[in-house]
Design a protein around this ligand. Structure first.
Ligand code: SME
Length: 169
């Protein structure tokens, strides 16, 4: 018997999406919700070796690192929009999948172990308000199913964006 839904969205993505949705609903505020969301992605997907959320700052010129989890901190806590793969995705509003970061001249290096990267913009009311950034230690760790899944996660995260009267932490 065929399962068309399972063919387009793997069960692990359906399960993780439901968990992120429930966790956000149960969290005590947006900061906790965002932190739990990145931890769910990091824990459930072995190829997601560093997971962070950047928010667009109130001036709309920079990305500011919000919740993240992974083996080490990044020095890139602020990235001008238009700079790096993160800044490119924020400028275009399009998901970026980079199979080999060493071949992409835009790449801003964070970790020596990173070989591939996916950046998925978070939209709200037609604007990019943030993005999910995930680094992988294997080449081509990410593909279209990750993009589709993470775009759904991003839609859930839009409600967690810092409001104009609050600075991201
Ligand atoms: N590699 C990103 C910078 C962010 S770190 O990966 C966490 C870029 O090229 O924009």
């Amino acid at each position: 018997m065929s399962h068309p839904v399972a063919e387009t969205a793997p069960g692990e993505h359906i399960d993780a999406l439901a968990l992120v949705r429930d966790t956000i609903a149960a969290a005590d505020g947006p900061a906790e919700a965002g932190q739990r969301a990145v931890e769910i992605l990091y824990e459930r997907f072995p190829s997601y070796d560093w997971v962070g959320i950047y928010w667009v700052d109130p001036s709309a010129t920079e990305l500011v690192l919000g919740p993240w989890t992974g083996p080490e901190a990044t020095e890139h806590t602020r990235i001008p929009i238009g700079t790096g793969i993160c800044g490119a995705a924020a400028a275009s509003g399009q998901t970026e999948i980079i199979d080999d970061v060493n071949l992409d001249p835009r790449y801003l290096a964070c970790f020596t172990t990173t070989r591939s990267e996916i950046v998925v913009p978070i939209h709200h009311e037609g604007k990019v308000v943030g993005e999910i950034d995930i680094d992988g230690s294997d080449p081509a760790a990410f593909g279209p199913p990750d993009a589709r899944f993470l775009e759904e996660v991003a839609a859930l995260l839009a409600g967690l964006r810092p409001r104009l009267d609050e600075q991201p932490t």
